[in-house]
Ligand binder design. Sequence first.
Ligand code: RP5
Length: 164
Amino acid sequence: MKKVAVIMGSDSDLSVMNGCIDILKQFDVPFEVRIISAHRTPNAAHQFASTAMDKGFGVIIAAAGKAAHLGGVLAAYTTLPVIGVPIKSSTLDGLDSLLSIVQMPKGIPVATVAINGAENSALLAIQMLALSDDTLAKKLSDYKEKMAAEVAAKDEKISREVMA
Ligand code: RP5
């Protein structure tokens, strides 16, 4: 199976991105985690993205905050799909990160999830890998069924409690 790259602009993004890492572990998807900054280590960003396909990666997840150019810079150097995770920054509540990631110019897409949407970045990456992996596709449908069962149980519980 192809690997998922989880790239963060800073170690300060890890507390959010643990949500992504947990989902990848839950699905037994191989992944590697790196701290690479589009601004502080631009050479590493270039090097990583331009060799990622040859190293067996299938998807890149790029999490960054503030002027969040990491996803766009990585996408510039690879044809692998790049998923951007806007990290909520302290001053502008993550809107800065969201707009920096989502407003890519045509030709270089970055699939952008919600502000702090780490879990969905992992699920989206898994959905991409599942296109050519039936076992993974089955795990995804089991995951959705479990989620639906949990909501149904909450629905039943709240009805019981309110009507009591
Ligand atoms: C971004 O700047 C990082 O992705 C992080 O979200 C933000 C702040 O980084 P630190 O100053 O905490 O290292 O590049």
